[in-house]
Design a protein around this ligand. Structure first.
Ligand code: AMP
Ligand code: MG
Length: 347
């Protein structure tokens, strides 16, 4: 299959391009499209055959459910049995935006979307191109991240081309994603509500609105029966073997320099994933800065792209500085831990 790429300016959206993409969705095809979090791989939420193509194109396990993307609250209402009381408050405050709500599903949602679960995950993205595409398709769009399963998520159209060219019909290219990590997934079927995946909406901001919100205990364990099926699969893996070095930042820098020198001596190519504050400390090594460690949003924005750059540099080992797990830093550390397959070095 030849994959077409259509450029769309998000501040001056070309109606013909959106119409063309919507026609592909309506005809049962697959369209990769930008959201504010990462690029999504979309299909019509009512077309089981099209939805199965998503799993095939990505190599995604069948039991890992998809998020339903809507452009109106009424579309979300059709997908659920009912809105729990706190859903309304959260929708008012955080939609459109990077917050996915897990609720009891209605009979209208095909079970291929939910991996056989009786719950459905729904969100309204804030990206104007995503919203226009959903509106013009006249149907909710199911979309996981537009990457090969197990690879880092895609945050620009080139990443999508690298992973999925030849496997999908169309890519809408409107430049890099603003947030850079996926949405926060919040389970509203239990009390207190639990974060199943930290993401672009912070725990702190959810607590301001709801009071009691917890991180699912499954976030730190690796369970055999997780609440969120996505938790049990390998995720975000770069080609290199990655290690997280944690501790006091001064000690972390010293430790990484010592380890990197050792690898270099042994002829092993090593990359250092650093921050703006520390990158200059690694002169002589292949170093990439993910952003400012005092602004975790800046690191979130670049994180997946940096993993993909290390892939292209063909390093064998990545040594990554840990950052503080506060605000969006929690989502960054969650992705970093998975990318490193939970391998830590204490400085
Ligand atoms: P992705 O679209 O690749 O970012 O993955 C979507 C995430 O949402 C995965 O971690 C899924 O397991 C999770 N998810 C989707 N639907 C549900 C659901 N009904 N219950 C719990 N988690 C879900
Ligand atoms: Mg994904």
């Amino acid at each position: 299959m030849k994959t077409r790429v259509l450029k769309v300016d998000p501040s001056n959206i070309d109606a013909d391009s959106i119409r063309e993409a919507a026609e592909v969705i309506k005809a049962g095809g697959l369209v990769a499209f930008p959201t504010e979090t990462v690029y999504g791989l979309g299909a019509s939420a009512l077309d089981e055959k099209a939805i199965r193509k998503i799993f095939t194109a990505k190599g995604r396990p069948q039991d890992n459910p998809l998020i339903l993307h809507v452009a109106a609250v009424s579309q979300a209402a059709e997908a659920v049995e009912f809105f729990p009381p706190n859903a309304k408050i959260l929708i008012d405050k955080f939609w459109p935006g990077p917050l996915t709500l897990v609720m009891k599903k209605s009979s209208k949602v095909p079970s291929v979307v939910t991996g056989g679960l009786d719950t459905v995950a729904v969100r309204m993205p804030s990206d104007p191109v995503a919203l226009e595409l959903i509106r013009c398709s006249n149907v909710a769009i199911v979309a996981p991240s537009a990457n090969i399963s197990g690879h880092p998520s895609t945050t620009n159209a080139q990443h999508v081309i690298d992973d999925l060219s030849g496997k999908i019909d169309l890519i809408l290219d409107s430049g890099p994603c603003r947030v850079g990590v996926e949405s926060t997934v919040l389970d509203l079927t239990i009390s207190p509500p639990a974060v199943l995946r930290p993401g672009g909406t912070t725990l702190e901001s959810l607590r301001q609105v709801l009071g009691n919100v917890v991180y699912s205990p499954f976030l730190t364990e690796r369970p055999s029966q997780p609440r969120s099926p996505g938790m049990k699969y390998a995720h975000y893996l770069p080609k290199a073997d990655m290690y997280i070095v944690r501790g006091n930042i001064g000690d972390v820098v010293k430790k990484i320099r010592a380890l990197a020198s050792e690898y270099k001596k042994r002829g092993i190519s090593v990359g250092v994933l650093a921050t703006d504050q520390t990158a200059s400390e690694y002169e002589g090594f292949a170093v990439l800065s993910a952003g400012n460690r005092d602004r975790p949003e800046s690191i979130a924005e670049c994180f997946f792209g940096i993993l993909r750059r290390f892939d292209k540099m063909n390093v064998s080992i990545i040594l990554s500085e840990a950052i503080d797990a506060e605000g969006v830093g929690m989502a960054v550390m969650n992705r970093m831990e998975k990318a490193a397959a939970y391998k830590f070095i204490d400085a």
